[in-house]
Design a protein around this ligand. Structure first.
Ligand SMILES: Nc1ncnc2c1ncn2[C@@H]1O[C@H](COP(=O)(O)OP(=O)(O)OP(=O)(O)O)[C@@H](O)[C@H]1O
Ligand SMILES: [Mg+2]
Length: 529
């Protein structure tokens, strides 16, 4: 790719980008939210046309934009959001849009079975993809990408929906690919992954390539510094952001010690049970006090997101009770829960988090429109912008202006709109489900810091439902769910990473030492298997 330019109105999403990918190379592509990564991917996949510059494969000009088949012979992209057709079988998905004329169904199924086995998955080719796990679907996508003979694969945030062990297996598969000569472009906000599997890394900043280097020549801090650019913000990426004057202890500062009095009980959950397909709950009880950040974590199927959604009123539940300030909150009524004071950062921002065609400021202030109107009920747009500005700037949201439709923002910036909307409302309780997913490393700190600040002011309680251990660092307590039940609670930071991981597998340090004579991490993994 040489000299590639791409504009959206006044935004210069890519400025003279040069990038090359060799056979057998795994190249990392990193950058802050809005840096231009997804734009680059859509150009490299033949979905968008650059305003200037060229793309070549093996020295030949790339097919024209729109010639999807032509591009697929060269490059295949596994997008962050699944492109699997759930009602078709595994074999049909693998050969989707690419049914070879001379291949019969029995042979296609046999071929599918063979390649799936090569990838370590024993799935019958007739299985409808609907019945597959997220990891299995992803393998189907990778296999489909390669079925067309592409020698170049783009993986855009592939681990976002994978559990730790599934991610490890993906890394193995990526190594298998590069060993066989395939070129891989790997996009991730998880820098440790980039260090683990990429030989080289390209850093985009404001649409420009600011560094290309072997990963071995950089430290994590170097990489963050290059991504962020200026010295001031580099510190923000490492240190907890300063709390605004008078807002209590700084976010990220050691949490209050146990002797400090807790606030009143804000949220009381008793005996919550749910049959939700994505993770059942059987009798979960917990308390969140005012001023407290309580983490809930567990494996994908443990019910963590179900619990958050049920408390926020985003879905119903079979039994149990949720009370805020002692008053019952009815199940499955998001509107009532919102009025009662429960703010909600949903897991699926594209479905529930924002309105794509409305502007950034309008989205951020949607829940407080009433408060912004004057006594005649008239709302001046300036008030919206003014109300949204402190929060959007605190989260370092990148947009062309407060009026830009949220649908045009980059993925991570859309997530920030979702969080801003909740914070502007100043709810009594914030239920946040995986709030930092897709958010760059520096912005993550800002985002978590603003949640912690809401609690540190003593005003709000926060329930942080997340499988990212780094999110849990801001918590005062962490509750671990295993198969829909409270398995254990870590009552005081700092939380030990390995102990947390072990607990999510439903094991305790004592179980492991009884079996293996040590609390070694590896032992835990084997025991889990
Ligand atoms: N369709 C569009 N219309 C207007 N602006 C756009 C459009 N698509 C992208 N942009 C802008 O181009 C810039 C680059 O966005 P891009 O999605 O490529 O970022 P990214 O690096 O993928 O970020 P993230 O990590 O958040 O996914 C952003 O400022 C974004 O707002
Ligand atoms: Mg993106």
């Amino acid at each position: 790719m040489a000299g590639v330019e791409k504009r959206f109105g006044t935004t210069r999403a890519l400025r003279g980008v040069d990038l090359s990918l060799r056979s057998g190379q795994c190249l990392g592509l990193v950058g802050r939210n809005g840096a231009g990564k997804s734009t680059l991917v859509s150009i490299l996949s033949g979905l968008a046309e650059p305003d200037a510059g060229t793309v070549r494969f093996d020295g030949q000009p790339a097919p024209r934009v729109g010639d999807i088949e032509g591009w697929r012979e060269w490059i295949a992209t596994v997008f962050q959001h699944s492109m699997i057709v759930p009602d078709l079988s595994v074999a049909e998905n693998v050969f989707l849009g690419n049914t070879p004329r001379l291949l019969s169904w029995p042979r296609m199924r046999r071929r599918t079975r063979e390649v799936m086995r090569e990838w370590g998955l024993a799935i019958a080719p007739q299985t409808p993809c609907r019945d597959l796990s997220v990891e299995q679907r992803q393998v189907v996508e990778i296999v489909r990408a390669l079925a067309r003979g592409a020698r170049c694969v783009i993986l855009d945030e592939p681990t976002a929906a994978l559990e730790r062990q599934a991610a490890q297996r993906l890394f193995e598969r990526v190594r298998q690919l590069t060993d066989s000569g395939v070129a891989v472009l790997y996009i991730s906000h998880h820098l440790e992954e980039v260090f683990e599997i990429c030989q080289d890394v390209v850093v985009l900043r404001d649409g420009e390539v600011v560094a290309t280097a072997p990963t071995a020549s950089l430290s994590r801090d170097d990489l963050v510094a290059v991504m962020v650019g200026d010295v001031e913000q580099t510190t923000a990426a490492h240190a907890p952001p300063p709390a605004p004057a008078g807002s209590g202890p700084a976010a990220g500062a050691p949490a209050r010690d146990d002797s400090a009095p807790r606030g009143e009980v804000l949220l009381a959950v008793d005996g919550l049970a749910s049959d939700a397909a994505r993770g059942r709950l059987s009798g979960v009880s917990l308390r969140v006090h005012a001023g407290e950040v309580v983490g809930v974590t567990g494996l994908l199927s443990a019910g963590v997101a179900t619990l958050g959604r049920a408390i926020a009123g985003a879905e119903g539940y079979a039994a149990g009770q949720v009370r805020l300030h002692g008053r019952p909150v009815p199940p499955g009524r998001r509107d009532v829960a919102q009025r009662a004071g429960i703010g909600y950062v949903p897991e699926d921002r594209r479905a529930e988090g924002f309105v794509a065609h409305l502007g950034v400021a309008e989205n951020a202030t949607m829940a407080i429109t009433g408060q912004l109107s004057d006594r005649f009920g008239v709302l001046r747009p300036g008030r919206r912008t003014a109300a949204a500005a402190p929060v959007t700037s605190r989260l370092s949201l990148v947009s062309s202006g407060p009026g830009q439709p949220a649908g045009e923002l980059s993925g991570g910036n859309q997530q920030k709109v979702t969080v801003a909307r909740t914070l502007v409302h100043r709810p009594a309780l914030i239920v946040a489900i995986t709030p930092t997913r897709g958010v760059d490393v520096a912005s993550k700190e800002l985002l978590l810091g603003s949640l912690a600040d809401a609690a540190a002011s003593g005003r709000a309680g926060v329930l942080l439902c997340s499988d990212e251990l780094s999110d849990l660092e801001i918590c005062d307590r962490v509750i671990v769910l295993v198969r829909g039940e409270v398995f254990t609670e870590f009552s005081r930071p700092p939380f030990d990473r390995d102990e947390l991981i072990v607990a999510t597998e439903g094991l305790t340090g004592t179980t492991i030492s009884a079996v293996y004579g040590s609390t070694e991490h590896n032992g835990a993994e084997e025991a889990a298997e």
